[in-house]
Design a binder for this molecule. Sequence first.
Ligand code: AMP
Length: 186
Amino acid sequence: MSEYILGLGANLGERITTLECAGAELANHPQMHLLKVSSLYETEPVGFKEQPDFINGAVLFSSDLPPKAFFRITQTLETRFGRIRNRPWGPRTLDIDILLIDSISIETERLIVPHPQLRYRRFALLPAAELAPNWVIPGSGCTVAEALADCPDSGRLECIVSQHHFLKRVREVQQWALPSISASKG
Ligand code: AMP
């Protein structure tokens, strides 16, 4: 079993509902077990500024899936939520980043873990710190909480949904018996 911390983001459509549904769909996968969710934050865009504010959060799963298979599922889910990759840093209905997997490092053409931008993004570090402040970020020698304290990003970030409420909503959506994405192996 490995533990995965995922960063979730959305800045188009019903942003909070999208993150609730994404969390629920992942949690309904038979090989993914939802352990914890962060609060949700409204954050100003980084990079390309002329786009709506984001909602960001993070979720902690345990899973026996290998990273490549896990990543395939998160990518499929992004596409299912209507994500169109038209520009880097651009608007998106759903963004799922694999921020950390246990204490392992991965560097392939398509997947890099820890996520290469993690240490520079408060909107990823703050929710991740709610889940696992003491996890050491491989390759950095510092914990998530230490990286947050040192993070130079000063972008606006406002907590708008509590951890408790986000978890409650994810569990409610799970009950609607969404189709499992376990069949999405492609
Ligand atoms: P973005 O537009 O920021 O979501 O970046 C998406 C691209 O980042 C995808 O093409 C992925 O292959 C790549 N990528 C590399 N490492 C990761 C990671 N840890 N989590 C999510 N996407 C990643």
